[in-house]
Design a protein around this ligand. Sequence first.
Ligand code: BG6
Length: 508
Amino acid sequence: MEKPKNLILVIFGASGDLTSRKLITALFSVRSQNLMPDRYAILGIGRSKISDEEFRVKMNAAIVSFSEEKKTAPDKISAFTEDLHYLSMDTTIPADFLKLKELLKEFDTKYDIGGNYIFYLATPPSLYEDIAFNLGASGLSGQTEGFRRIIIEKPFGYDLKSAKKLNMTLHNLASEEQIFRIDHYLGKETVQNLLVTRFANGMFEPLWNRNYIDRIEITSAENLGVEQRGGYYDSSGALRDMVQNHLLQMVGLTAMEPPSSLDADAIRNEVLKVFQSLQPIREEDVPQQVIRGQYTASLIRGECVTGYRYEKGVDVHSRTETYVAIKFYINNWRWGGVPFYIRTGKRLPTRVTEIVIHFKTTPHHLFQRQSGKLSANQLIIRIQPDEGILLKFDMKEPGAGFNVKNVNMDFHYSDLAYLRVPSAYERLLYDVMLGDSTLYSRDDEVETAWKFLEPIQKAWANNPAIKVFGYPAGTWGPEFANDLIEGEGLTWRYPCKNLADEELYCEL
Ligand code: BG6
């Protein structure tokens, strides 16, 4: 594997949860695989006034608590944290960026960096514009020597207008090649495997279209509530938090045409075309095509669970959705007329993300089925947990007659026990160090995704009569979401934690 050039990684928002839970642990894993540059420095930036040493101790503890590699010898962790540094500054004050510039110059000489800097914006989104502006004004984003790259955490904007504005601010200081917009779902192994499943196997492609596929369903369910993020979440909601980015990216990779190469732009061009072909949902159709819900208090396995409106940081009259389900179409030759159903929610019965391809039934039904129902083949691509692929198809039950039974053929990533599945951030951070933006969202993709959601945002804002359905925490969301599914007796698939053995046990 290629080693990145020497560099300094600057993390704005270093005292936040993202840094300790995801970024530092991911960087530690990259280092454990010997994939960090030969010489590098990591500089955390935050408001709290702590010393380098205090920062190192904090990050050391974070690795011990959150890293998969917990059993690593303590001296290996300390060897990594020794390269961590900390600077306390106010990112809204331009003069503080001159302080930063000086420090980077010092590190540059000390570690022989050659001017290669990566700036990771892991702060609250309200600070992105200021940081971007100040990086530009202080001359830190210009690539006169070495490379300068900027990573932006999601959410990228709040709606189409704010995303455009943020893109403009960023483009004023850096070229698109320097900007890396994170969507951590793209860093997940199983999401990337979608490309391999579709385009490395000859057997799927001929069936992957409106002639053989009846509908496509994508679910990203979480069993947790908003946890400590009530303040952020209440101004965001499921549509902005999950649909605009993670779910639509999964739609893009499921529906895209084969790219001409694995080049970053070749892949992103195809995803963009899918986004551009999304049939706009008219504001007046929002109540029929989009169902939103909010979890209410309930008892889960004997434990009282707080309703959303009573979570810390949430307005007691909040109408923010913690669940959303959408039905839509893609207007192109491959997908014309095939409904896509996507849903996501917090406090659902389990944590699971999967893509279900429902194939059409046979044109003529010869055999008697035990259930009396006509079964159709399903291909289930499990993103998490129990990552894998499941094909459901019909077989003859042994014995007299022609009784048909629906059976499973499954592959689990865990069968490849000798291979470790890297975390999403690990892959994304390694890629940005190499300058590979394939798994990052491009400006036009982000804006087109917002454009698709704009009528939904407008309808909800302008029409208070559109209901926010309550659903008890621990259930699958509002029952009305089933009405979205076209076809008699059809419902969503209600997945279990385990991919294939749902009849044996279903751990919820
Ligand atoms: C984040 C959202 O982007 O994704 C969170 O802000 C959500 O609200 C999380 O919980 C889900 O990610 P994962 O990897 O746990 O499915």
